[in-house]
Ligand binder design. Structure first.
Ligand code: MN
Length: 277
């Protein structure tokens, strides 16, 4: 099932070219979509048949006629993997990988949704795109082993980890407002099947910049959940993002950045300078 947030933070199921508004079916509070998402995930086993039987009677709209919003709006944290593909390690010319670096946190306030705008905070510093597969924690996870990790993942999203290059620590360089575009919706785990074998492509102005497969992850989705949950409790609604493959490159004012992940979907954002810089 593809679960989207749209227009005035309503919740919908995407089927083909349509989005079906299930807000009333799942008692969704559009003034607190994060709490509503956590409740939906907690009750999903009983809600799923109810959602499926009501799809024919709920209002439906063409997806291209609604405004998609970030499918996760206010997680308690965004856990992110540094250097988790070998070819990205080589292009960054660094010694360590996720194995030695662990993880870092991005600010949840950096989240934006599809068709929003990344605002560059500097005119004279390099800012890069990073294409990543990310997942949404469905139930509290602590000390979870990789072989059990799938049980804790509600679904998958596409994520851009926008990054200022330089010597500051990663949370500073990756937490500017607008630096975490996510979308286009959450695809539930059953529909993704194997997240560790998906093609991922990123274009800037229709020029392909990143093209890789999640099968090349050093720590795959499950192993990275194990590593993160060995340190801290992952809460329902948290986002975990797994790192970028090779091909990172600068973005600048006027660019359109488009990310597509197999089985998950595609979305774009625009790039501009932050007002006043
Ligand atoms: Mn990254």
């Amino acid at each position: 099932m593809k679960i989207a947030v749209f227009n005035e933070n309503k919740v919908g199921v995407v089927e083909g070219n349509n989005i079906i508004d299930i807000s009333t079916v799942v008692d969704w509070n559009n003034e607190d979509s994060q709490a509503s998402l956590v409740k939906l995930m907690g009750n999903f086993d009983s809600l799923k048949p109810k959602i499926e039987t009501s799809l024919d009677s709920c209002p439906a709209y063409p997806v291209e006629e609604v405004a998609l919003r970030a499918p996760v709006q206010n997680p308690s944290k965004i856990v992110a993997a540094p250097i988790n593909y070998i070819l990205h390690k080589q292009e960054m010319n660094t010694a360590l990988t996720v194995d030695g670096l662990g993880f870092f946190l991005k600010s949840p306030s950096s989240i934006i949704g599809p068709n929003e705008t990344v605002l560059l905070p500097f005119r004279d510093r390099r800012v890069d795109h990073e294409a990543e597969i990310a997942f949404v924690i469905g139930k509290e996870a602590k000390d979870v082993k990789a072989e059990d990790a799938a049980d804790y993942i509600f679904g998958y999203i596409a994520l851009m980890d926008i990054t200022v290059r330089g010597k500051e620590d990663r949370p500073w360089r990756k937490s500017f407002d607008t630096f975490t575009p996510i979308g286009p919706w959450i695809v539930t785990s059953d529909e993704v099947e194997n997240p560790n074998s998906l093609q991922m492509n990123l274009w800037v102005n229709d020029e392909i910049r990143q093209s890789a497969n999640t099968s090349d992850l050093i720590y795959d989705c499950y192993k990275f959940l194990e590593a993160a949950s060995s340190v801290m409790t992952l809460l329902p609604g948290d986002i975990v993002t797994t790192g970028t493959p090779e091909g990172v490159a600068p973005i600048t004012k006027g660019d359109t950045v488009r990310l597509n992940i197999e089985r998950i979907g595609e979305f774009s954002v625009q790039v501009d300078y932050k007002p006043g810089i």
